[in-house]
Design a protein around this ligand. Structure first.
Ligand code: NDP
Ligand code: HSE
Length: 439
């Protein structure tokens, strides 16, 4: 028999209780012995009341879980980083294996947590932390272990993807789409982490680490979110054949690694362009396997609980068979000691969508294109929307590949032109067809 202690009976915790209690027989058959939820801690009395667990298996003190010498596996599902870090480190120091879904904890304190676990000879499992129910980390750690990962594009935040889908399909403003996401229960009351790209960056830090055998490092990941998006740009992007997605992007060019999170234009025939609503998807390329697409529910009670319980089963199997740390948590034993250099965003080379508000007069376009040309930025396509004798009109350009530093400098100079109403709006594009067109 393997005994589990659970801390946090919120959305995910309740799903885990359901699976561990309602699927008890199935899990016992799969494991070959019983998996018992010995105790659960929750400070919110309302949530304790709706739990199917008997009162003797419920406590308001997380410490009761850590103090119980019978518990083999501690599951942390409280979220946040301070108390979660303390509880997880204490569980490890007491020789307990840990399962968590907490991507913020891993991105900010993961190296400390994993080093403590390695020293103590216990496991920390976190499949649910990226893409919820989609077994992405398992794939990176084991199924793709023979590959060098060349690039990963991920839609890793369901809330942001739901908002972008509403804006794109219904022409909703950001505020309207966010309100709808909140009404549907996708977005938190404070949606900052989701809409500002921070949650996606936490997840990308984990993917970078697993993909390239490197310590967890959130700091060098450049992040911008979707809260300032104008539906006009989604509509204009569509006219050029693009969809807007909040993407986590990492790419290994052999020397340096790109790691960035930002709204990105991708061709509408790209598989990720059709991932809508609250779904997640990851499109990655390994040098041996080629491209792979993983798609599914990255959030929600049961999808996330599915991943948490698979981790519990995995650790329980290790316990039963007396095996320890057979697969390192970051897929590589040296991961915590081999930092990788992340390419500064200024050095990244990509294509751009740029929208200017400019006077509709002869010579305006040549002033703008002259500055772009001076900074080695070549224009692939341009449209002007409408005709305006007095005011400004939107002019949209799609560029060939250019260095980010050059693009930013050019836009600073263009914003100074008297014929332009600053600031210019720009988004990065990931489009293999544009690369090919330049050759
Ligand atoms: P919730 O906020 O729904 O649940 C957390 C619960 O833990 C709350 O009931 C909270 O009570 C309780 N809690 C907080 N501190 C303590 C403590 N010290 N002792 C006991 N209970 C405590 O969060 P979720 O279930 O949504 O998320 C849990 C974790 O899973 C997070 O790390 C999250 O990032 C991650 N995750 C969530 C997903 C999702 O779809 N929801 C998807 C993937 C990962 P109170 O409300 O009173 O503070
Ligand atoms: N807030 C996250 C999302 C939860 O919307 O995807 C899953 O990590």
């Amino acid at each position: 028999m393997v005994k589990v202690g659970l801390i946090g009976l919120g959305t995910v915790g309740q799903g885990v209780v359901r699976l561990l209690t309602e699927r008890r027989d199935l899990l016992a058959r799969r494991l070959g012995t019983e998996l018992v939820l010995k105790k659960a801690a929750e400070i919110d009395p309302e949530r304790r009341r709706i739990s199917p667990l008997e009162p003797e298996r419920l406590t308001s003190r997380a410490q009761d879980i850590l103090d119980d010498p019978d518990i083999d596996i501690v599951v942390e599902l409280i979220g946040g980083t301070d108390t979660a870090r303390e509880l997880v480190l204490e569980a490890i120091s007491r020789g307990r294996h840990v399962v968590t879904a907490n991507k913020a904890l891993l991105a900010l304190h993961g190296n400390e947590v994993l080093a403590a676990a390695a020293q103590k000879g216990v496991e920390v499992a976190f499949e649910a932390a990226v893409c919820g129910g989609v077994p992405l980390l398992l794939a990176l750690r084991q199924g793709l272990a023979a590959n060098r990962i060349q690039e990963i594009f991920g839609i890793l935040n369901g809330t942001a993807n739901y908002i972008l889908t509403q804006m794109s399909e219904k022409g909703a403003s950001f505020a309207q789409a966010l309100a709808e996401a909140q009404a549907q229960g996708y977005a938190e009351a404070d949606p900052t982490l989701d809409v500002e790209g921070i949650d996606t960056a936490h997840k990308l830090a984990i993917l970078v680490s697993l993909a390239y055998c490197a310590p967890l490092n959130l700091d060098p990941i450049s992040v911008s979110g979707i809260s300032n998006l104008d539906p006009l740009d989604l509509q204009l992007a569509r006219e050029f054949g693009y969809s807007m997605k909040l993407l986590a992007i990492t790419r290994n060019d052999g020397n340096m690694i790109e790691a960035r999170v930002h709204p990105t234009l991708i061709p509408r025939d790209h598989m990720l362009a059709n991932v809508s609503g609250a779904f997640n998807a990851v499109y990655l390329t390994g040098d041996a396997v080629g491209p792979i697409l993983l798609y599914g529910q990255g959030a929600g009670m049961m999808p996330t609980a599915s991943a948490v319980v698979s981790d519990i089963l995995d650790l329980a199997r290790n316990l039963i068979h007396g095996v320890k740390r057979r697969v390192p948590p970051l897929g590589c034993d040296a991961a915590l000691e081999s930092p990788r250099t992340i390419k500064p965003l200024d050095e990244v080379v990509t294509n751009y969508y740029i929208r200017f508000a400019a006077l509709d007069r002869p010579g305006v376009l040549s002033q703008i294109s002259g500055i772009l040309g001076k900074h080695q930025i070549s224009i692939a396509a341009v449209i002007q929307k409408g005709r305006e004798v007095k005011g400004a009109v939107p002019i949209v350009m799609i560029t060939h590949e250019a260095k980010e530093a050059n693009a930013r400098q050019a836009l600073r100079e263009i914003d100074q032109l008297p014929v332009v109403s600053p600031p210019a709006v720009f988004y990065r594009i990931e489009d293999p067809h544009l690369h090919a067109a330049q050759i």
